[in-house]
Design a protein around this ligand. Structure first.
Ligand code: ADP
Ligand code: MG
Length: 729
């Protein structure tokens, strides 16, 4: 066996478990210990400073500079007590990672010593030298300044001796260069619109906020095997590899017992996460071998997004400690399940109501239905936007494959809610409803909670499903920053609720009673968005045909889908609601297009290199062995015997030659296509060219390589095979 593959297998066999420091302390005693949360603030801040921060967190009020100084002092004192030596503004630029630049607390003093220093200015705003973050043309190099500004609504935390201060990241001109800025703005737009609609039912509601509970799927792979696969190291996925004879077909991994090394890893990272105040609660094996999931208890959306970004970084670090590498790519291995990041989303009021949870009486149930139906309508009207928010070079492989929903954005509601929608649609008339009809309808609505209790029909194949007290956006890719789909959903919902409120108010102005006005607008919404509801098997081919007949779009290629960022409708909606301006949307579109192009470009280069440097030389080696064997047989045997006995070798030789020449020719054509693409003028043309003309070679070449893997002597094959990479114990 070639050295590196042999060495990797050897390392794996000799791998011992990394001992974890088990703690006998209760979780409640260390939960959030590394977070500057309200209780820490109370003991480290003056009453005035504490109140100012709380007002800012709860009411969005701006913090006075003078008070910022006091807060900075308290924060520094706490952080130093927690062992911090450095501080950083922590932000989420559009490259999908998190960014930080650490500065030490100390400053030199005149007498040659140092003292710890940190003040309000440094807390509130900084100007990182960040000219190489993606900006989509927003920042010219001569005006490349970018600012990070403190987001008090997400608490600071200490990690690895560094105080991290969550911030937004904007250009000199104030335009957003990150995920957090539009997320906060979309949450504000949603708050405004949802509060208005809520006030139709409950006058006392002053604030509505979105909640998010994410479920993060991931793969683990042993470190040695990872390094023996250059494709994994450089692109995050395997660009070749024949499926293992056994993979997930016996369904023996899902919810199975967690392998020892993996549970050590889980224990360790969960411990870190809990100390950072991330309420991780659930862990289990996923469907594919080596695939796992973790999920926390849901939180307010901004905090939940930060926590997801933070935990991804923590898991990456702890995985290395356990000699694993974590794969967040949506489809690291062909032929088995890919990874998603389910986004469980709901709306909560400051009075403690979950607006997507059925209530106890007809009034609260009408409110519940109002929010469910408006979500349905928002998804129906903005399917293009939701799709664009989640399609990437990675997720493209997963959506529409046999384990994930296709790129058709449909909504699952469950039979009970569907029955309710039918009732509303059929019993509400355009003219006035009879008192009897009204009573009947209210009775039906009153029955929702009972019927939902036994509502066990869950649909796992829907990209967007109602799951009892929330919607679950399942088509999101595992590597995606949750903010991308959540900005789209919040904005779409804010827009829809605005429209809903306006229509209801105009009915009321015409003298129609409030409830009746609500019913009429709901009925109209149901009619208009009904074709988006789908209760059947979202993975089936029949659904693709049916969706087409219903007029739903199914766009699986990213560049085409991304155009939704710059459609007239979406540009207008985002700027009207104050979430992203036209220029910001265009910048995001450009960044997403360019990222897509670069990913395909990188994959294509890696595959070309590996095909020429690993695969063809290996195939030739084996070919030579066969040639020697055939020559020897010809010397030893008479023609009749030779023809009878050398058939397999000759046949194999022919197959190998065919694959080699195919690979060689296609790598050449792929390289030519790349050259042609790179010569195109605009990034948009290049991206389409990469998608249409370069990408198909990836599968085409892979097919020949995977066939060779089955033929060539196992001893000669240089890279770890799927069966070796996928079964950790
Ligand atoms: P399942 O695998 O059945 O979908 P999980 O328990 O893995 O369920 O994940 C469900 C997620 O939904 C959790 O993160 C949970 O906190 C979250 N969730 C529950 N209620 C809400 C809500 N009202 N808003 C947002 N997320 C919620
Ligand atoms: Mg789920």
């Amino acid at each position: 066996m070639p050295k590196i593959r042999f060495q990797a297998m050897n390392d794996l066999l000799n791998r011992s478990r990394i001992p974890v420091k088990l703690t006998s302390v209760k979780t409640s005693e260390y939960f959030g210990i590394n977070v500057f949360n309200k209780s820490k603030m109370q003991s480290y801040l003056s009453q005035e400073a504490y109140e100012e921060v709380i007002n800012s967190i709860d009411g969005g009020k701006k913090i006075d500079r003078r008070v910022a100084n006091q807060i900075a002092l308290g924060m520094k004192a706490w952080a130093i007590d927690r062992g911090a030596t450095h501080y950083t503004h922590w932000f989420q630029p559009l490259n999908g990672a998190t960014a930080e630049k650490h500065d030490a607390f100390f400053e030199p003093t005149e007498n040659g010593g140092v003292m710890e220093n940190f003040h309000g200015e440094l807390l509130v705003q900084q100007e990182p030298d960040a000219s190489s973050f993606p900006n989509g043309g927003i920042r010219n190099t001569f005006e490349a300044r970018g600012y990070t500004a403190w987001d008090p609504s997400s608490p600071a935390f200490v990690i690895d001796h560094t105080l991290c201060i969550p911030t937004i990241f904007v250009a000199y001109t104030g335009e957003a260069l990150d995920f957090k800025t539009p997320l906060l703005k979309s949450a504000a737009a949603l708050d405004k619109a949802a509060t208005k609609v809520c006030n139709l039912f409950n006058k006392e509601v002053k604030k509505v906020y979105a909640t998010l509970g994410w479920e993060q799927e991931y793969f683990l792979i042993d470190e040695a095997l990872y390094y023996a696969r250059p494709d994994l190291v450089l692109s995050g996925r395997t660009l070749m590899g024949h499926p293992s004879a056994k993979n997930q077909q016996l369904e023996d991994h899902y919810f199975g017992s967690i392998p020892g090394r993996v549970s050590d890893f889980m224990y360790d990272f969960e411990h870190e996460a809990l100390k950072l105040g991330i309420p991780v609660k659930t862990r289990h094996n996923e469907v594919a071998p080596n695939q796992f999931e973790c999920a926390p208890v849901f939180e307010e959306i901004n905090l939940a997004v930060d926590h997801n970004q933070l935990i991804m970084a923590v898991m990456e670090k702890i995985a290395i400690k356990h000699k694993f590498r974590i794969l967040y790519h949506e489809k690291p291995f062909a032929g088995i399940n890919g990874s998603g990041k389910h986004n469980n989303w709901s709306l909560a009021t400051d009075t403690g109501i979950n607006l997507l949870s059925p209530g106890k009486n007809p009034k609260s149930n009408l409110r519940f239905l109002t929010f469910v139906i408006n979500t349905l309508k928002a998804v129906h009207d903005n399917a293009d936007l939701l799709r664009a928010s989640i399609l990437t070079a990675g997720n493209e492989h997963r959506l529409g494959a046999n384990e994930a929903p296709p790129s058709i954005i449909s909504v699952f509601l469950g039979s009970r809610i569907n029955a309710m929608l039918d009732i509303i649609e059929n019993s509400v008339s355009e003219k006035k409803m009879t008192p009897d009809k009204k009573t009947e309808l209210k009775m039906d609505i009153g029955r929702i909670p009972e019927i939902l209790l036994d509502n066990t029909d869950r649909n796992r194949t829907s990209p967007f499903a109602f799951t009892g007290n929330r919607f679950e956006f399942r088509a999101v890719g595992s590597a995606t920053n949750c903010a991308s789909p959540m900005v789209a959903l919040n904005t779409a919902m804010a827009n829809q609720l605005e429209k809903f409120d306006t229509e209801v108010q105009s009915h009321i102005a015409k003298g129609i009673k409030r409830d009746e006005a609500i019913f009429q607008v709901l009925k109209k919404s149901i009619k208009e968005s009904k074709n988006t509801i789908f209760e059947g098997n979202g993975y089936s081919d029949e659904w693709i045909d049916e969706a087409k007949r219903k007029g739903l779009t199914n766009i699986n290629d990213t560049p085409t889908a991304l155009a939704a960022f710059i459609s007239k409708k979406n540009l207008e909606m985002f700027s009207r609601l104050g979430v992203l301006s036209q220029r910001e949307m265009e910048a995001r579109y450009e960044i997403r297009m360019e990222t897509y192009k670069k990913k395909i470009q990188i994959e294509s280069r890696i595959l070309g290199d590996l095909a020429i440097n690993h695969i063809i030389p290996t195939a030739i080696k084996y070919q030579n062995t066969l040639i020697t064997n055939v020559k020897g047989m010809r010397d030893l045997l008479n023609t009749g015997e030779f023809n009878r006995q050398a058939g397999l070798q000759l046949e194999t030789l022919k197959k190998i030659s065919t694959h080699i020449s195919n690979i060689n020719e296609k790598v050449q054509l792929m390289t030519d296509a790349r050259k042609e693409a790179n010569a195109l003028k605009s990034i948009y043309e290049q991206t389409f060219f990469y998608s249409e003309k370069v990408k198909p070679y990836l599968n085409d070449i892979r097919r020949h390589i995977d066939k060779l893997e089955l033929i060539v002597d196992d001893e000669l094959w240089t890279m770890p095979k799927y069966r070796e990479m996928l079964f950790i114990s």
